[in-house]
Design a protein around this ligand. Structure first.
Ligand SMILES: Nc1ncnc2c1ncn2[C@@H]1O[C@H](COP(=O)(O)OP(=O)(O)O)[C@@H](O)[C@H]1O
Ligand SMILES: [Mg+2]
Length: 387
């Protein structure tokens, strides 16, 4: 089995903050690898290191067999990157965005035009090709962003929260595109806060929390860790939720989760054979049931079991350092600092240097500008000035 991405003991500190605390993971060639974790877990930091935009303070990483520190140039030739925040140039049309990246990558003009058209068709943007990107909807921008990261035909693609903030339709479009890319043999590292997304798209998952990988496995393996099944019980009288939880815990030996709003108690169960006894005990206690169901464990529950907190709420992160982070609206995400962008050498350029140019202050924008290594800026300027 070969791995297109390998990270060993990655460490990255920002002042007193340890963003990565010795993260280990590896992505098999030709698969979708999911880096799953809440806001602030270290996902973007890991991606930026792998995309050669940031140097680790410790550990090592390789992409396509090349060390990201020693062979950064080779790595850049293999990769594409779609940042967490849309990286397209607002003032340019969809077509010109892609054309510019193709030219930055050194494609002859004719070839760059062909490639741009191909991608616009593939991403259902052909009709909007001549409109400035600023008139695009959030879903269209994200598609353009994805297209931009593919101009250089990367072997390895980093998608940093590609669907955060998208409406369900646009999200499912992105999912379809990701599946298509994997079918073409591209290796994809996808970061996500959406457990459902990792479940649907990824072959392997590393769950990351506080800069460390706390679990790895296939979606099914991770689900199996909490027994594989969950029993949901809804008492007719919500006042009796606590009692129900007590009974479920004593019979299963697992911690039960009471959701007061939903009026529901859930508990992992390893063996469905315990269910008749559960029913008997609830009946003996005179608890009338409004609902009783056995279902597969969701990744959300897996996360809770692994970390002790839910993926969507991370009490340890003191506020969002970027307004576009997490579940911000699409427009906020798009208007925010333009991150790394498409990173196939020159392509990374466009994004990162655009970020430098549009930096609006704030730590993320600074960090991004910081990440735009001199080579990025230089290439980008060249690209911008070219006709
Ligand atoms: N440039 C930076 N300066 C200071 N702190 C940072 C910087 N980049 C990331 N961090 C911090 O590192 C941690 C991990 O951040 P990040 O990798 O962006 O997480 P994620 O992408 O999982 O939300 C967070 O606590 C974040 O605030
Ligand atoms: Mg992030």
């Amino acid at each position: 089995m070969s791995y297109s991405i390998e990270a060993e003991g990655l460490i990255k500190r920002f002042g007193k903050i340890t963003a990565l605390a010795g993260a280990d993971f590896a992505a098999r060639t030709g698969t979708v690898f999911g880096l799953l974790g809440p806001n602030g877990a270290g996902k973007t930091t890991a991606v930026r290191i792998l995309a050669t935009l940031l140097r680790p303070d410790g550990g090592r990483a390789s992409v396509g067999g090349y060390d990201v520190s020693r062979d950064a140039h080779r790595v850049r030739q293999l990769i594409g990157l779609t940042g967490q925040y849309a990286s397209v140039d607002d003032g340019l049309t969809g077509f010109n965005n892609l054309l510019m990246i193709g030219r930055l990558l050194g494609l002859p003009r004719r070839e760059a035009r062909i490639r741009a058209k191909e991608l616009l068709i593939r991403f259902q943007l052909f009709d909007a090709a001549d409109r400035p990107a600023k008139t695009y909807s959030g879903g269209m921008r994200r598609r353009l962003d994805l297209a931009a990261s593919l101009v250089g035909r990367p072997q390895v693609l980093f998608l940093d929260e590609p669907t955060t903030g998208l409406d369900p339709n646009s999200r499912s479009d992105v999912w379809t595109m990701i599946r298509g890319l994997v079918a073409d043999g591209v290796t994809i590292l996808l970061t996500t806060q959406y457990l459902e997304e990792a479940d649907h798209l990824t072959h392997d998952i590393a769950v990351i929390d506080h800069g460390q990988v706390i679990a790895t496995g296939t979606p099914d393996e991770l689900k199996a860790r909490t027994g594989g099944q969950v029993l949901e019980v809804l008492p007719d009288d919500r006042a009796r939720l606590g009692e129900v939880a007590g009974i479920l815990m004593s019979l299963t030996g697992n911690a039960a989760d009471s959701d007061v709003v939903a009026g529901r108690v859930t508990v992992p169960v390893a063996d469905a054979a315990a269910l008749p006894e559960v029913v008997r005990r609830l009946d003996a206690a005179g608890i009338i049931l409004a609902g009783f169901a056995l279902r597969k464990t969701s990744l959300d529950e897996v996360f809770l079991a692994l970390t002790g907190h839910r993926a969507e709420e991370n009490p340890d992160v003191p506020g969002d350092r970027d307004p576009a982070d997490g579940r911000a609206s699409v427009s906020a995400a798009s208007a925010g600092a333009t991150t790394s962008g498409a990173a196939t050498s020159g392509a990374a350029t466009s994004g990162a240097a655009t970020a430098g140019a549009t930096t609006a202050g704030g730590p993320t924008a600074d960090a991004v500008a910081d990440a735009a290594a001199p080579w990025l800026e230089a290439v980008s300027k060249a690209g911008r000035n070219s006709p």
